[in-house]
Design a protein around this ligand. Structure first.
Ligand SMILES: NC(=O)c1ccc[n+]([C@@H]2O[C@H](COP(=O)([O-])OP(=O)(O)OC[C@H]3O[C@@H](n4cnc5c(N)ncnc54)[C@H](O)[C@@H]3O)[C@@H](O)[C@H]2O)c1
Ligand SMILES: [Zn+2]
Length: 340
């Protein structure tokens, strides 16, 4: 196990890399800890955490709702959770988002930790302190920014992931590479997801590198006034697609990145769209999709990054370097129509 600490504005967070989830006893007291997980994670790994108080939720983005939050709060009251209680979210991004948000509002805030169990949650969702729920088609519309006590990374947990869920995590990894880390982009080009999956050392390296990358960016700009916005690369269009079509977060954002790369050609003279789409394809991710451009644009218009007539859009200058530029809503609508 390798420990690293990251200091955020109001909290120092411990990250345990290359760790074993059975080591949780070292970081939380069973008498004051409640695990929150979902039915799939519980079925695959629950045995490892026998004896801990656990709330098992239904799995899926469709349960990342205020209604689930309310139900969990009722259960916490029944379990007599108090200010000393620590919540530990063990699961993918849906579970870590729910757990962090519930911990932020229950009794005006109790402590929490994460054990991410999907690749996406290890490299992205568990990091940075943003947590929340969806409202209708609007993703993460309601939520909080608050850091956990710890994050424990156990890549052995990834073994039971269905292939498409494993693959989804590469969207955020490729995103990090595209906006911040050209050497990692090159490294990824020399790998395949299949080879990586069976290579524990490589997976630990990749998870650590991405978790550190995102954490450093968040440290610089915890409340998203500047650089943290770069992490939204691919997400403006991605979020609009995600809840309207049967697409996973990873698939939707992969398509969003492809479109953002095309927009970049116009605004920043970006010339490496083919390299990005080739890497996405290599990792089994979609790039182009037939969708109702008008319908998608109507949702996209409500994105948090919009001003009255334009949208702050994350564009690439080159692989490894991103910038933020306003794009007029009218131009955006036209470009979305035009790319096929
Ligand atoms: N807070 C943030 O900064 C942030 C960043 C990125 C994404 N997110 C959120 O994360 C969510 C997506 O996360 P996700 O892709 O992890 O989805 P998820 O939590 O729905 O997990 C995907 C599926 O894998 C199953 N699963 C999880 N771990 C498993 C394991 N080890 N073995 C077998 N099955 C397992 C889950 O039960 C689920 O069916 C979205 O809601 C997104 O908004 C948040
Ligand atoms: Zn994402």
């Amino acid at each position: 196990m390798q420990q690293k600490q990251f200091q955020f504005s109001d909290k120092r967070v411990s990250y345990y890399f290359d760790a074993d989830s059975k080591q949780l006893k070292q970081f939380c007291d069973p008498a004051h800890t409640i695990f929150i997980t979902d039915e799939h994670v519980h079925a695959a790994h629950g045995k490892k955490w026998k004896g801990w108080k656990t709330i098992v939720l239904k799995a899926g983005e469709e349960y990342k709702l205020q209604q689930t939050v309310d139900a969990v709060i009722d259960t916490l009251i029944e379990m007599e959770a108090d200010r000393k209680t620590m919540l530990v979210g063990i699961g993918g991004g849906v579970i870590t988002d729910l757990t962090g948000y519930i911990a932020a509002i229950y009794m005006r805030g109790i402590r929490f930790g994460f054990v991410p169990t999907t690749l996406l949650s290890m490299v992205d969702a568990s990091i940075g302190g943003k947590n929340g729920v969806d409202v209708g088609v609007y993703k993460n519309l309601v939520g909080t920014i608050r850091q956990p006590e710890f994050i424990l990374f156990d890549t052995v947990l990834l073994k039971t992931l269905p292939d498409p869920v494993f693959r989804d995590g590469f969207t955020e990894i490729i995103k990090h590479a595209a906006i911040l880390d050209a050497p990692m982009f090159k490294w990824l080009e020399a790998q395949t997801p299949k080879k990586l999956r069976s290579n524990k050392a490589a997976m630990n390296w990749l998870v650590t590198r991405n978790a550190v990358l995102k954490s450093k960016l968040v440290q610089r700009d915890e409340f998203e006034q500047g650089d943290r916005k770069l992490l939204n690369f691919g997400h403006t269009l991605g979020h609009a697609l995600e809840n309207q079509y049967e697409l996973s977060h990873g698939e939707a954002v992969a398509i969003g990145m492809t479109y953002a790369a095309h927009f970049s050609e116009k605004y920043t003279k970006f010339k490496q769209t083919d390299r990005l789409t080739a890497l996405l394809t290599q990792y089994g991710l979609p790039t182009y999709a037939a969708f109702d451009a008008q319908k998608v644009f109507d949702v996209l218009k409500h994105d948090k990054k919009r001003s009255r007539t334009s949208m702050q859009y994350v564009l690439l200058q080159k692989i490894g370097k991103a910038v933020i530029q306003p794009i007029a809503l009218t131009e955006l609508a036209q470009m979305i129509q035009a790319i096929k």
